[in-house]
Design a protein around this ligand. Sequence first.
Ligand SMILES: *Cc1c(COP(=O)(O)O)cnc(C)c1O
Length: 511
Amino acid sequence: MTMRKFRQAQWEEPIIFELSREDRVGFSVPALEPEIADAMDDIAGLVPNGMLREKPPGLPEVSELEVLRHFIHLSQMNYGVNSGRFYPLGSCTMKYNPVINEVLAGHPKVTGIHPDQDEASIQGLLAMLHELKQGYLEITGMDDASLQPAAGAHGEYLGVLLIRAYHADRGDLEGRTEIIIPDSAHGTNPATAIMAGFKTIEVPSNEDGGVDLEALASVAGPQTAGLMLTNPNTLGIFDSNISKIAGIVHDVGGLMYYDGANLNAIMGKCRPGDMGFDVVHVNLHKTFSTPHGGGGPGSGPVGVKSFLADYLPVPDIVESAGVYSLDWDRSKTVGKIHGYHGNVGPMLRAYTYMVTMGGEGLKEASELSVLNSNYIAAKLKDVKGYSLPFAEGKPRMHEAVLSAEKMSEETGVRALNVSKKLLDYGLHAPTTYFPLIVPEALMIEPTETEPVEVLDEFIEAMKEISDLAYSDPDDVLGAPRMTVVGKLDEARAAHPRTICLSWKTYCRMIP
Ligand SMILES: *Cc1c(COP(=O)(O)O)cnc(C)c1O
């Protein structure tokens, strides 16, 4: 396979300070009107002595076209789902976002709305959000929901607050101090439980990668407030004991929380509401294809069974005789968790995705994402150096977690090096070293949209890396070599005194 030296040219572009020429101007604004200029002088007079600049800041002086070229080049240095090749952290991080989603979310009739506008003047928007919620309830099997939370972790936080409010309302919070979490969980689960004031109790996985039922039964008790679980879990394994798990937790009076970050595997196939969960969140910015570059903005609506609906945040969007309005009447609400309705942009993208895909389309997306991850797992699990830990014979759902432990022991090439080497093939690295219960983990989530040729390209690259690890390990250990920046010193990069995120001349000032 050929490696792609695909971004060197942009990197060799000068940085914007080097483009700067004295007195070159890239903007044209009209002169200040005299009254405004006077007012500005008055304002400047209010700034305490010694706090005004003595000379203008050293900004680059460049023409308008140079600014444009510079920033377009920078944007092209990114690796995008729609500009790169394979992106193996699909369903849990970023899947393909159909362009039509942007057409709706970016429409001036939507972007021009002010959040304080009168309900009568935003009927269309309220209708779309209401329909999104109905679709969400149908897909998750829950009775009611709040669209407000801005992320999965934010949804978890609301969800655990709801569990807390439920126990408190029944006068049963005092002794219920613990949330049970499997060892395969995402880090946000324990973090959330602790932030909401609970202690976390970890339960181990059994050899099939599911929750160890005996271990669960031994820690569940009157002190249990609830259990947080994602199913399929982060190993990509569906826990078919889920009804038994729910039974154990419910029998001791605890509630079941569903982390819906892996919903991409099961849309239209099964529903958390039918598996025994009382509270769920779904990451619209994962499963429902809305982009969240740089960490946001996202959307993590929380759904509940009817006995928890009174605790949900306000306002709710309700419909009566074709008219939509805001309902602030939730008698035991935990309050607001986000300004206004939450992040409406991601919601409208998710709404478009739901409507354009339809029920059958969403089901097919899940089927294809499962097919694709099993295709990759089957082709790679017996390649020298890799293995598929936990329930080797069992199919995976939308993701598969390989281990490079053998490779690491036999050649010194670790999972991290495999990920770095993939960059030299122009492929994005998978999630590495997660979940924590798999040594040298490589988590691969191809999603439903990749054609088989792209999957084969990835499989071929993984095989070549295995060959290289055993024949020329230094090649892999030194990767990447074809990228904009070479292999980073991970320890130095994280060291606060030596890290340099700024322009070179500033860097030179650091001893
Ligand atoms: C992504 C993820 C979360 C957290 O969601 P954010 O939207 O990133 O806050 C929680 N659990 C799992 C399994 C995830 O993959």
